[in-house]
Design a protein around this ligand. Structure first.
Ligand SMILES: [Zn+2]
Length: 262
């Protein structure tokens, strides 16, 4: 009996140790990042020397999320910027997210990982054609997108956050990370942005990127045309297909109105 008990305890100890190692790797990746810089509550880590204009990016990240309904001035995230793609791949593989992503966030640990090479490749490819989306390859937006996920999760709690449909989570992260900049752009036009989705192929963007673009349009439509805010969005029982249908009808109506004006 003692032997069985001892064996069970040993087995349990091994399981606990494995779980702790699994969590410790993405929770404490600091040793693999030689460079560190702080901006207010935000701490940025990098495996390569920071660019000379990195202070501008840090400020932009703050400007993007400051004032959002979910914003919390005590929020102190760590952001790990990987110039080496294999380093990013390692962490992405470890936590089982897509290695071709630009970034991911581990909300419970307040850690965000960024694939700088992928971000830069997208910036080169799209060259401002898809502003206000993560497809444009803007570092500050990619980071802000992940931090909005983190803030969203802190605001409503992990359980409710994970229960939220993807269209709400990703749509709000995309829109939330750009809303402050959109408001400052007097040439901005939601209809025109929607036309990129409905009338062309978003410059051959991959399917999952098109989905994010669509989710952002849906959330933006609810906020600007229907008076939604974060809480109403979180609580609404509207389904993805219902909101998308509404958005499409709104777009078609606008298009007809514009044609009639010509
Ligand atoms: Zn996201």
């Amino acid at each position: 009996m003692n032997k069985i008990l001892k064996w069970s305890l040993n087995f349990l100890a091994v399981i606990v140790a494995l779980v702790l190692i699994y969590i410790a790797v993405p929770a404490f990746p600091h040793l693999l990042f030689n460079y560190k810089i702080t901006h207010k509550n935000f701490t940025f880590y990098s495996d390569q020397k920071f660019a000379d204009d990195f202070a501008d990016y840090m400020l932009e990240v703050e400007q993007r999320i400051e004032g959002l309904e979910v914003y919390d001035s005590t929020f102190s995230p760590d952001i790990f910027i990987c110039s080496d793609e294999s380093l990013y791949d390692f962490f992405a593989f470890w936590v089982m997210v897509n290695e071709n992503s630009q970034a991911f966030n581990l909300s419970l640990l307040n850690n965000t990982f960024v694939n700088l090479t992928r971000v830069n490749n997208l910036r080169y490819y799209h060259d401002q054609r898809l502003r206000y989306t993560h497809l444009n390859g803007e570092l500050s937006q990619v980071i802000a997108h992940e931090l909005v996920h983190n803030l969203d999760c802190r605001f409503i709690g992990f359980g409710e956050y994970t229960d939220k449909p993807v269209w709400k989570r990703e749509g709000y992260a995309e829109y939330g990370s750009t809303i402050n900049f959109i408001k400052m752009d007097n040439k901005y036009n939601l209809f025109k942005r929607a036309s990129f989705y409905f009338e062309n192929d978003l410059f051959n963007a991959p399917e999952h990127s098109k989905r994010y673009y669509k989710y952002q349009l849906m959330v933006e439509y609810l906020f600007t045309e229907k008076g939604y805010g974060f809480e109403l969005l979180s609580k609404t029982s509207l389904r993805e297909d219902e909101v998308f249908r509404e958005l499409k009808s709104w777009y078609d109506r606008k298009k007809t109105e514009l044609k009639e004006q010509i």
